[in-house]
Design a protein. Sequence first.
Length: 155
Amino acid sequence: MTILAIDPGASGGMAWHNDLSSGCFAMPKTDLEVIQDLAVMNTDVVYVERVSGFIGHPHPGGAMFKFGRGYGFILGALMAFGRRVILVSPQAWQKHLSIGTSRGLKKTEWKRKLMDEAKRRFPDVQSISLRTADALLILDYAIRQEKANNESPQR
C-alpha cells in the first residue's frame, strides 16, 4: 500500500510511504509540476490537510484566494486521477501527536517543534524541513488510520 500526505500551500509539502520506505519533498512550485508529481505516484490513498478560509491570523484577500485556489486545484487533480482522498483537520493530526498545542509559542517555535517531531518519527528520511514536516506528521497519522482500518501498511 502506498499512502501520500499533503500539506497544501506554497510553503507546504508532500510525504509518501510504501512497504519499503518513506520520503518527502516540498510542494511543487507550478500547477504543471503538481500534476506531474501526482500522476507518477501510484497511491492507494491520499490524506490532505483540510483547510478553511482562516489560517490563524488575517491575510490579504488575494493571498487567501490564491491559497484556496491551490487547495482546490490539488483536490481536483486527485479526483481526476481517481485517488481515494481523505481530508484531515490540523486539530485531528496534531492531537494524534500528543505533543501539546501551539499556545504560548511563536509560529517559528511551533513549526520547529513539529519539525523535530517529524525527525523523531521518521529518522530514515533525510530531507525533512520546515516545509515538509507537517506533511510527514499527517503521513504518520494516515499510516496509523490505515492500520486501524485493517489495511496494514508496514513501517
